[in-house]
Design a protein around this ligand. Structure first.
Ligand code: ZN
Length: 450
């Protein structure tokens, strides 16, 4: 069985190879069989042909940072116009009421939005485990498999409550032994290894201002023993830098190094407030950064020095961040935001359309430690997104690949994950969106009402 995605309007494979004639995928193995050069035909007769003459084809976009549960607290009035710390302090008590059904709905909404925007793999950072929600990550793994996406689900944690000088209320912090035991259980239960993995687990203490030094160290040891990745928020705001200096007597990157996290096993959310020396150290360590431009602008946190980080050797990926600070989960829009925000600092000629697309595909794949996704090439996973350009906003555009970002694409027409169509005709296959929106909205209202 093979499918020829034939003669696209434009293709960006992320490799130097010509794929003007499209590509052939094998839905049985879920991989790319061959790239077809311009004017060429597949070497083996395909069983099925999909006409892509109205589509731009790119590798499936990879989201490196999210908090799916936050789709329940989008655009909430009390935090619409405040920076990070008061935003968090107001939201923690609402999030502390999270329950299994609400999380299942929130995860479904976030992943469906991501799929529709061309995303095929998403990382989620879940760190809220109130009583009754011990199975949060298991719920997310189940939704991931139901929708047919790939996910890097991170077992987050908070151990430093208000009583001990941290930011979160005591009701949402956990005991370190519980966190470590559950982390091991989740790795044993869900973590898939090797090419084509659908669900992976990483360990993710929330941030320096919400966890103790010991849980950072113990998580690094556990990750090393199990060969899984490490994730945390770092250097998002100046407030955080001040907190680190006051509590630990050192800046964020020194702190990261002191707890054994300055390695290529780690990817950091935001990574904004670094000096030149810190950028060089992160680059030589190969520590990756998830650039979240919308969230950083929304909370006025600062600008990630993304181009410099990448040039120094740090893999750079793109993330939409949680839906309480974006407040959407649209990956193709986020690539445009990343391109424009980085252009503002580094110039249009250094931040090309292709470079921005590479951040959200192969850069993000490297951040998540994957070599099987992020580019379209023989043997790689058949994860791809196809975008039409026949709507009003594209009329009069000339170069289709440039138009993909410059004209503000919002939605994919077709999305394939591992050789299977998960979006067709702009709709997530098998999902009743009106019913989902009705139930999710009701859950969101109830959560905020308390
Ligand atoms: Zn975040």
């Amino acid at each position: 069985m093979s499918i020829w995605i034939k003669n696209p309007l434009a293709t960006h494979t992320g490799t130097p190879d010509d794929a003007g004639g499209g590509l052939v995928v094998d839905p049985t193995t879920g991989t790319v069989l061959e790239l077809v050069p311009s004017g060429g035909a597949p070497t083996i007769e395909p069983q099925q042909v999909v006409d892509a003459s109205e589509h731009v084809v790119v590798p499936g976009l990879i989201n490196t940072h999210h908090h799916f549960y936050q789709t329940l607290t989008r655009a909430w009035g009390p935090v619409a116009d405040v920076p990070l710390f008061p935003w968090l302090v107001n939201l923690y008590p609402v999030w502390a009421r999270l329950h299994p059904r609400a999380l299942e709905l929130a995860t479904t909404v976030a992943m469906a939005e991501l799929l529709r925007s061309g995303c095929t793999t998403a990382a989620d950072h879940h760190y809220i485990f109130p009583g009754g929600l011990e199975d949060a990550v298991d719920i997310q793994a189940e939704v991931t498999r139901r929708l047919g996406m790939r996910a890097m689900l991170t077992r987050g944690s908070m151990t430093l409550g208000e009583r001990d000088g941290g930011l979160p209320p005591q009701s949402v912090v956990e005991d370190p032994d519980t966190i470590l035991a559950d982390s091991q259980r989740l790795i044993d239960t869900h973590h898939e290894r090797g090419d084509g993995a659908q669900v992976q687990i990483a360990l993710a203490p929330c941030s320096p201002f919400s966890v103790t030094t010991s849980i950072m160290r113990d998580s690094a040891d556990l990750a090393e023993r199990n060969d899984v990745r490490l994730h945390t928020h770092l250097a998002e705001t100046d407030d955080e830098q001040d907190f680190c200096l006051e509590r630990f007597g050192m800046r964020t990157v020194d702190y990261l190094e002191s707890v054994g996290w300055l390695t290529d096993r780690t990817w950091l959310a935001h990574g904004i407030h670094f000096d030149d020396d810190e950028i060089a150290r992160l680059g030589s360590a190969g520590t990756a950064v998830a650039h979240c431009p919308s969230s950083n602008m929304r909370l006025a946190s600062g600008v990630c020095r993304g181009v410099e980080l990448e040039d120094a050797g740090a893999p750079l990926g793109v993330g939409v961040d949680g839906s309480a600070s974006n407040d959407g989960s649209n990956m193709i829009s986020e690539v445009r935001q990343a391109m424009y925000l980085q252009r503002l600092y580094y110039g249009a000629d250094r931040v090309t359309v292709r470079r921005a697309l590479d951040w959200a595909t192969q850069g993000s794949a490297r951040a998540l430690g994957r070599t099987d996704i992020g580019v379209l090439a023989p043997g790689k996973q058949a994860d791809l997104a196809m975008f039409r350009q026949d709507d009003l906003q594209f009329s009069g555009s000339h170069d289709p690949l440039s138009a993909l970002l410059l004209c503000g694409t919002e939605r994919a027409d077709r999305v394939m994950v591992g050789g299977q169509w998960r979006v067709e005709g702009g709709q997530v296959v098998g999902l009743d969106v009106p019913a989902l929106v009705a139930e999710h909205s009701a859950a969101a209202r109830a959560l905020v009402a308390g």
